[in-house]
Write a protein that binds this ligand. Sequence first.
Ligand code: GLP
Length: 263
Amino acid sequence: MRVIVEPDSSGVSRTAARFVARLVRHKPTCVLGLATGGTPLGMYQELIRMHRDEGLDFSRVVTFNLDEYVGLGPTHPQSYRYFMQQNLFDHINIDQRNTHVPDGRALDFEAYCARYEQTIEDEGGIDLQVLGIGGDGHIAFNEPGSSLGSRTRLKTLTAETIRDNARFFGSVEQVPRLAITMGVGTILESRQCLLLATGEAKAVAIRETVEGPVTAQVTASALQLHRDVIAVIDELAAARLARRDYYREVERAQELLEADRGE
Ligand code: GLP
């Protein structure tokens, strides 16, 4: 796993946006996997800026979001569809028909989840999957204990996740108990993963993800099995990594290589 440590969260946002923008320029028909939550917000703002000021073109980009709360429709202010419209889709030139967020009000969930997987496949698979991380090390809504081979399905949220996300809902009681989420197996099939983390509340989860054993108890640790993962994290989230200095050395070497190649 490549680990890039930025001084602060705005550094994380800019670096993450650069990776996404590079792909969009290189492959205008790319398939992006997108995440919600507080962490990627700054990256979305930077992408909106790049669209506005630099003409970054999303007209042929296809997106798939990781997850959605069960029971919330697209106009519910806490739904992930609403979040994506407000924070990205309504501000760039993406074709709305190319944006996919799981439908929290699907009737037959099993059939719906199988179709979501099929649509990803029909679009050629995900080129780059953006990921945040939960305080307990979950990716998407793959709570501790999720099978590392899991596919898109319904998942019961843990008390910790419900508590963490209550800040957006006003109270714990209003947070849905279930979500549709891509599985760990689904995420591992994307060609590249971009894991973002900021703040000290993520420091333990990041240590377990990057340096701990691969375990279903920390579903992000499954990323160690993926061939192309870039973790972009700030100093606070990196604080508990034992090999922080080494990751910095690697990045310095990487920069020299890129300068040599004129990138
Ligand atoms: C939720 C989402 C995850 C996200 C996590 C962290 O559980 N399903 O995709 O990574 O929250 O969110 P935040 O970035 O707000 O800390």
